[in-house]
Design a protein around this ligand. Structure first.
Ligand code: HEC
Ligand code: HEC
Length: 325
């Protein structure tokens, strides 16, 4: 009798050990499947990167950090989209400071993963990275150069650039053009991708997330956040009205400024939530300083839900798994 009991215990213990080595439980597999269906892994390559050469990247990287691209030689792309010392591609300010301390009217989004978005800027007014990069250099509250010709003349006079442009654009007679300059910056930006443990999880590594993080993922999916924040960037792929259910107070008319279509009033690009823990403050107006506050406001304005502290905490725990390097 005793021996039989011991045998049964022995068998069940080894069965448990065997099963736990067998891979994730049914629930975890189910969650992985849901995540992959609504979100998915960030692709390896950004669209357009096929034709990026090492020489073009090297030029683009130098230009990204080039303060001579601003009127007072004090501001580079990196001033507002910091990549140094583990920078997350933003300045963590509500509004950025450009030439002569001038402030813009919108929060600077991160440059990480930007090349995967449907379009650039909060209102999507630039169709791609190249079109985007033409903006800040000539924007009076950002880098404030008077016009494209002035930029080309200034950079064209700097001896260190002659060789770099020639290598990046071989076979062209006058490689220093505004289009080539922003095209090189765009190539460099196409290398700015993040890796995080949520993608490890989606690829099948059940241990990449702990149980609290999985619980958070489930809450994020169940609450309806993925109505808008979906696809590999957890956003970045559609435009939606801010204040869809309960109005949000803002003077910024969003995408209406681009399309002049009444239906686009207060419509913004749904931001990507990859790396969101690090890219505070939040919203186009940079008015929300904590992630928990952003989640609470999203629940109310976008879904008409009064989320409790517990759910907000769970969602924040999940969003933290989207932080990568
Ligand atoms: C003075 C600060 C400042 C400088 C300098 C600056 N940016 Fe920005 N950047 C911003 C702000 C603010 C926005 C958002 C503006 C908007 O949406 O209308 C933005 C938006 C962007 C976006 C769009 C991201 C998205 O999610 O839509 C990219 C990409 C970008 N900048 C790259 C650059 C590059 C490349 C340079 C250098 C050529 C540069 N920026 C210079 C402040 C700055
Ligand atoms: C109906 C669409 C929609 C739904 C549903 C939605 N969001 Fe958003 N979300 C947006 C839009 C649009 C913005 C940009 C707001 C702005 O322009 O200021 C945004 C912004 C955010 C931001 C700020 C990101 C940043 O970089 O500034 C966070 C965080 C966020 N959402 C999380 C959530 C969470 C969590 C949920 C679920 C509780 C959720 N969202 C539900 C559309 C939506």
């Amino acid at each position: 009798m005793k021996i039989q009991k011991l045998l049964i215990i022995g068998i069940s213990v080894s069965a448990t050990i065997f099963l736990s080595q067998c891979g994730p439980s049914k629930e975890v597999k189910e969650l992985m499947k849901r995540a992959n269906e609504t979100i998915g892994v960030i692709p390896d390559k950004m669209p357009g990167s096929e034709s990026d050469t090492g020489d073009k990247l090297a030029l683009g990287k130098k230009l990204y950090f080039e303060k001579a691209l601003s009127k007072d030689n004090a501001i580079s792309c990196n001033s507002c989209h910091n990549l140094e010392n583990g920078g997350n591609g933003t300045d963590n300010q509500s509004f950025s400071t450009g030439v002569n301390g001038k402030k813009g009217g919108r929060n600077a989004p991160t440059v990480f993963n930007a090349g995967f978005h449907i379009a650039q800027f909060w209102d999507g007014r630039a169709e791609n990275l190249m079109a985007q990069a033409k903006g800040p250099i000539l924007n009076p509250v950002e880098m404030a150069m008077p016009d494209a010709d002035a930029v080309v003349r200034k950079i064209g006079k700097m001896p260190e650039y002659a060789e770099l442009f020639k290598k990046a654009f071989p076979g062209t007679k006058d490689p220093v053009t505004y289009d080539n300059l922003v095209s090189a910056i765009a190539s460099f930006e196409r290398t700015l991708k993040t890796h995080d443990k949520f993608d490890e999880f989606q690829k099948g590594n059940a241990k990449a997330l702990n149980s609290a993080e999985m619980e958070g993922l489930k809450t994020f999916l169940d609450t309806g956040c993925t109505n808008c924040h979906n696809g590999p960037l957890v956003g970045g792929n559609s435009y939606r009205k801010l204040g869809l259910v309960n109005a949000y107070e803002t003077r910024d008319k969003g995408r209406y400024l681009v399309t002049k279509d009444e239906a686009d009033m207060y419509v913004f690009k749904v931001p990507s939530l990859r790396n969101v823990t690090k890219t505070f403050p939040y919203f186009h107006d940079g008015s929300i300083s904590t992630l928990k506050d952003a989640i609470q406001k999203m629940g109310w304005h976008q879904l008409g839900k009064k989320l409790g502290d517990e759910d907000i905490g769970k969602i924040a725990t999940f969003l933290n798994t989207l932080s990568g390097n």
